[in-house]
Write a protein that binds this ligand. Structure first.
Ligand code: NAD
Length: 464
């Protein structure tokens, strides 16, 4: 018996979730959907996960948690699985028919023309519309251009179901504010959860539902479009500020300045929050969101020159690393076409295992096209992961990576890279070895003392 939460009181909704009277289907069982499914199942809800990836569905149905390095997730999932509250299917329509609440967490990416690709959302929404019943609730958690929930999603649901959004069923947007590596804590405790409904009744039902799993504040914004924009604008803020840091770094390199000393000192003032420059921007979110906003702005005849410039700067940073590599090798009297280059830190963020849109991919492709011999070193990844993402030779140990290397390129500053012994580098590398550092991992003076050639984002070796 399905319990329809849309027309119930707050208290009834809370109790129905905890007593297992509500069935929630989560569409898309990736980094976001799998934890959401486990979080709701953990407090008592019955959860159906839908994914087009058969392997993921089989793993869930065998009780195997395939998302690693997420504290609490494994235990939450295992307990719910063992108590029979979580199952998965590739049958999207079945998942839509057999639940009261539908949460959408499929990917939103870019087309080759850098416009939003909402095809996964359209696909699952068509099925949800077909399976929708009176008093169901639909929540979109995938990041989308402003206006998607009350435009595209509502239109498909109403057309497919013959029901009226906000009257016959609830519809809201609630952005994901989590970071991989701390998803459960971010979702349930760390940040307030934001909800924007297509009307008051929709927002209230979703807030009551989330109250069953969230210990932080629930913020109701004026509408779904506002909630969508909260997520995107925060991403754009990061992208533009990273671009500013990168631009200042490029200026510093040519003005005889050390960008890292300047940023650390400037940020001792409370109004200064200069970001850290690097090899570019990666991940599921920041590289896409400016394009989502630009697309929405273009449709109403507005240009967004700041965001466009920021994207251009950040997208060029991996190529700047290539310039630093070739320049450093030139000083060392070496040819990039025959050099052996060790790439350190392949993931898009320090201490994360994710390689989605990592700047390392661009750097590797470019160096490969020049003809350099490449070897990867990233203690957070295993050989299979490196092969899958980069089709690259993999060094298991630091020694293996640096032995006979002409150049080491430090892309992502994992904690394990702190305090590397540069004497080891000069002993094992083909001297004069070159160190190219995108993230201030090495002290340039120590690099020079070790008789290595130094190149770094935001610093010029001539100044040390
Ligand atoms: N990962 C993050 O840290 C993060 C943070 C905030 C917001 N988001 C947003 O959350 C959304 C989901 O991101 P994610 O990181 O979980 O993606 P993901 O790539 O990890 O997982 C998406 C899952 O959806 C499945 N899928 C794709 N198309 C499908 C379809 N048509 N039907 C059923 N399943 C389908 C995939 O097989 C995959 O398992 C995106 O909009 C993203 O921008 C992600």
């Amino acid at each position: 018996m399905l319990v329809k939460i849309f027309s119930q009181s707050k208290e009834n909704i809370l109790n129905s979730v905890k007593n297992g009277d509500v069935t929630i289907t989560v569409f898309g069982l990736g980094n976001i959907g799998f934890p959401i499914a486990s979080i709701f199942a953990n407090v008592g809800a019955k959860v159906i996960g839908v994914d087009k990836d058969e392997e993921r569905v089989d793993l869930i149905n065998s009780g195997i948690c395939y998302i690693e390095n997420e504290p609490e997730l494994m235990e939450m999932f295992k307990k719910s699985y063992e108590e029979g509250r979580i199952t998965a299917t590739t049958d999207t329509l079945k998942g839509a028919i057999n639940s009261d609440v539908k949460i959408i967490a499929v990917p939103t990416i870019l087309t080759q023309y850098k416009t939003p690709d909402l095809s996964a959302i359209i696909n699952v929404t068509e099925y949800i519309g077909k399976g929708l019943s009176q008093n169901d609730v639909v929540i979109l958690e995938s990041s989308v251009p402003p206006g998607t929930t009350e435009g595209l999603v509502k239109e498909i649901l109403e057309r497919r179901s013959g029901l009226k959004a906000g009257v016959d069923f609830g519809l809201a947007f609630s952005p994901e504010r989590v970071m991989s590596g701390s998803i459960i804590a971010d979702f349930t405790v760390k940040y307030p959860k934001i909800v924007g409904g297509i009307n008051e009744k929709s927002a209230n039902a979703v807030i009551a539902l989330y109250k069953s799993v969230i210990k932080n504040e629930l913020i109701k914004v004026r509408d779904a479009k506002t909630a969508e924009a909260v997520k995107l604008f925060k991403g754009v803020y990061r992208d533009v500020n990273i671009a500013l840091a990168n631009e200042l770094a490029l200026i510093a390199e040519n003005l005889g300045l050390d960008i890292f000393e300047i940023i650390a000192t400037a940020n001792t003032e409370p109004f200064s929050h200069i970001h850290i420059p690097g090899a570019g921007v990666g991940g599921h979110c920041i590289p896409y969101y400016p394009y989502f906003v630009m697309d929405a702005a273009t449709k109403v005849g507005i240009t967004s020159p700041l965001m466009e410039t920021a994207r251009r700067i950040n997208e060029r940073m991996p190529l700047h690393l290539i310039d630093l590599v070739t320049d450093g090798l030139k000083e060392a009297g070496k040819n990039p076409e025959t050099a052996r280059i060790a790439i350190f830190g392949l993931t898009f963020r320090s201490d994360s295992k994710s390689c989605v849109n990592t700047p390392a991919s661009v750097i590797i492709e470019k160096l490969r096209s020049i003809g350099a011999e490449l070897v990867a070193y990233d203690p957070l990844l295993n050989r299979d992961e490196v092969l899958k993402f980069f089709n690259l030779d993999f060094a298991k140990t630091l020694e293996e990576a640096i032995t006979k290397a002409d150049c080491v390129v430090m892309i992502t500053a994992h904690t394990v890279f702190k305090n590397l012994n540069l004497d080891d580098f000069s002993k094992r590398m083909k001297m004069p070895g070159v160190i190219v550092d995108a993230r201030n991992v090495f002290d340039p003076i120590d690099v020079l003392k070790a008789k290595l050639v130094y190149r770094g984002v935001g610093r010029n070796p001539k100044d040390f």
